[in-house]
Design a protein around this ligand. Structure first.
Ligand code: NAD
Length: 490
């Protein structure tokens, strides 16, 4: 391991460090892993440092050493730094967008228009919320009571590959605003925008050790980080399978843990809905090749309108353009990795074997090995694997219901409960169905509109705990009740 020996590679015209970022310095590892662009799988973008137990320990030591000073700055002092970071991010829209579009094949237009700024907003929003927080104070039983948020200490933040920039900033921001130094480990299939975050933090004057970024494989450096006894919080987004392992490590050290995990969201369409709007939104669930945890992948449609719905749905899907993430005409980008394509096509094969009906797609598109056709499956019954398990690709299912009760029962019939989408023209139904569906977020006649102060998370195997607004800030704090006996002090 060598300190301050940076290795940089040009990715989409941007110099990106392939090294870890620890204590404000770039640190390399003796071994590496490859990162490639889904837009051009034959070319290796770079050899990224492959962290191990040693680098995990170094990063945890840096975060631990930085903890007191960062806590002592208080919410207002930290907010100043985090606002500077947000401003620096807003000044670097193009390089961040280009690197994400190349490394992960995230749609370049979406990155430019919305998601880079959303990263900046994550820092501003949490900084302001923490700074403007009003402590709860009250008198009872002859004492004056005050609830104080104490920074908990170093936080380990682990993110998935599907929206690396957005999710890294979304998860790092509340920890930093709450006063906890962070060790961030991004996913090995899309590590590069997290690396840029180290440069941006440096430019913004984030003190050394407050934000550390460790690259590597989940089972290696990820496992070492979550097992480290210096971690006082673990914040994870990824699959339920990895969530279970990380939860065990957290339990071993008695460390609070939040997990944002998979989804199998229903998209319910009632007969009184604007059918064309519903069909268009359903078609757009293929966005990002379906690699979206919140996607409404189970289309549940009133049987009286299913034929008309399907006609409109197919027309909207026909309009979607598959192509490289950097092409301005592209709607659906390539999938992230050949292993993931194989996993997704495995679901389709097993659906065929099960007697499920493939209504459209079902194979690779002829653009290249990482493109999968938008696929629609009518399952034999509700127990089909393709209905019950998260596919995380461009594969939707369609089922019908006879009435509202059946619609809600089908919506709630999987182990997941992250999100749901409802299309209806009736206010009463919107409220009834919204209340009846078990999910962390239910959108009615819209999708992905997010208020960053609202709680965000999942029920059942979709999540433990909530992020968003004060919910994330409280997770990252140790709450203390200070009670002073009335009249006992001057
Ligand atoms: P994953 O669980 O395989 O990996 C997620 C992260 O965990 C990666 O950084 C990985 O390296 C790390 N990891 C894996 N095993 C680990 C271990 N034993 N110890 C420590 N770290 C470990 O998930 P993925 O394939 O990267 O992402 C896809 C999944 O993420 C899907 O299930 C998707 O629904 C979910 N997701 C959920 C949300 C949400 O907000 N609920 C958002 C995005 C993605």
């Amino acid at each position: 391991m060598s300190h301050d020996q940076d290795r940089r590679v040009e990715v989409a015209g941007v110099e990106v460090s392939m090294c870890h970022y620890v204590d404000g310095e770039r640190v390399d590892s003796p071994t590496t892993f490859e990162t490639r662009s889904p837009n051009d799988w034959d070319t290796v973008l770079g050899e990224v440092a492959r962290g191990d137990d040693e680098i995990a320990s170094l990063a945890m030591a840096a975060a631990t050493a930085a903890a007191d000073d960062w806590a002592d700055r208080g919410p207002a002092g930290r907010a100043e730094v985090l606002h500077r970071l947000a401003d620096v991010i807003d000044d670097h829209v193009e390089p961040i967008a280009q690197v994400e579009a190349t490394d992960m094949a995230f749609n370049l237009q979406s990155m430019r228009a919305r998601l880079v700024h959303r990263g900046a907003e994550n820092f501003r929003n949490y900084a302001d919320l923490a700074r403007d927080h009003v402590e709860r104070e009250w008198d009872s039983k002859g004492t004056h009571n005050r609830v104080i948020r104490m920074p908990a200490g170093p936080a380990v933040v682990i993110t998935p590959w599907n929206a690396p920039w957005m999710l890294s900033t979304w998860k790092v921001a509340p920890a930093l605003a709450a006063g906890n130094p962070v060790v961030l480990k991004p996913a090995e299939w899309s590590p590069l925008t997290a690396s840029l975050l180290g440069d941006l933090a440096d430019e913004a004057g984030v003190p050394p050790g407050v934000l550390n970024i460790v690259q590597g494989i989940g089972e290696e450096v990820g496992a070492a980080l979550v097992a480290d006894r210096r971690a006082r919080r673990i914040s994870f987004t990824g699959s339920p399978e990895a969530g279970r392992l990380i939860g065990r490590a957290a339990a071993e050290n008695l460390v609070p843990f939040t997990a944002e995990m998979g989804g199998k969201g229903p998209l319910l369409v009632f007969a009184d809905a604007d059918l064309d709007a519903a069909a268009k939104k359903a078609a757009w669930q293929y966005d990002d090749s379906g690699q979206v945890c919140l996607a409404g992948t189970r289309l549940l449609v009133d049987e009286s309108v299913v034929d008309e719905f399907l006609e409109r749905f197919h027309a909207h899907v026909d309009d979607l353009v598959l192509g490289p993430s950097t092409d301005p005409d592209t709607d659906i980008c390539p999938m992230v990795h050949p292993d993931h394509v194989a996993r997704v096509l495995g679901f389709v094969e097993r659906a065929r074997d099960n007697g499920d009906e493939i209504l459209r797609g079902g194979g690779r598109a002829d653009l290249g090995p990482l493109y999968v056709e938008p696929t629609l499956v009518r399952p034999r019954d509700n127990q089909s694997e393709v209905v019950q398990r998260e596919v995380f690709g461009p594969v939707l299912t369609i089922q019908t219901f006879a009435d509202e009760a059946e619609a809600i029962a089908l919506a709630n019939s999987t182990e997941y409960g992250l999100s749901a989408i409802v299309y209806t023209g009736s206010q009463e139904r919107a409220v009834r169905v919204g209340e009846g569906v078990r999910a962390g977020t239910v959108w009615v006649n819209t999708f992905l509109v997010r208020d960053l102060t609202a709680p965000f998370g999942g029920c059942r195997i979709s999540g433990i705990g909530r992020e968003g607004g004060d919910f994330a800030l409280e997770f990252h704090a140790d709450l203390k009740t200070l009670q002073i006996l009335d009249g006992s002090t001057g």
